[in-house]
Write a protein that binds this ligand. Sequence first.
Ligand SMILES: [Zn+2]
Length: 199
Amino acid sequence: MPRRARSFFSLLTLVLCAAAIALWVRSFWGTDYLQLSSPAKSDGDIITHHTHGIAWTRGDIRLSYAEHAFFAHTAQPTSDGTGHSTWTWGRLGAGHMGSDPLPVNSMWNRLGFHTYQWGEVSSFYDITEQGVALPAWLPVVIFGLLFCPWVIRRLRVRRRVAKGLCRICGYDLCASPGRCPECGTAAPSGDTVIPIRGV
Ligand SMILES: [Zn+2]
């Protein structure tokens, strides 16, 4: 991978890691969500939407599929009135409907992996939702691991420069401090360090 692309990829993983940490921490005080709601059948007085969503709740990332059936005389919070699919996103406060802790029945549950479903029936809407939940720390670890090679490369370059070695190939530059005779890399001024020799 070219150096510039590698740097961009590293920066991207760092930004995504920071975003994953922020969403993870925020999930303990509320829910950040993004969902796509599509109108389904309109059956007389009942208007149904299918909703795919992702939400950060209670340290979990919940990927869900829900069916919302509203009776036509009520407001339709997920419809824009045009019959098109609509994206919605935002944040809900702690304790909202559907934010209950997921039951813990197995080791996988304790680690934060779940499948779940719940529903709510009322006089003006029915909701059924099913989904899978992953621990919200998982993307933090994944993006952190993807960022690690950049940190390791930086540390290796520092160590080589401090020892008076070529930053790219590690060749000893004592005899040719301006440019590496092995790979041709020019040593920026400031990079050339005279190693301390024992007496
Ligand atoms: Zn070199």
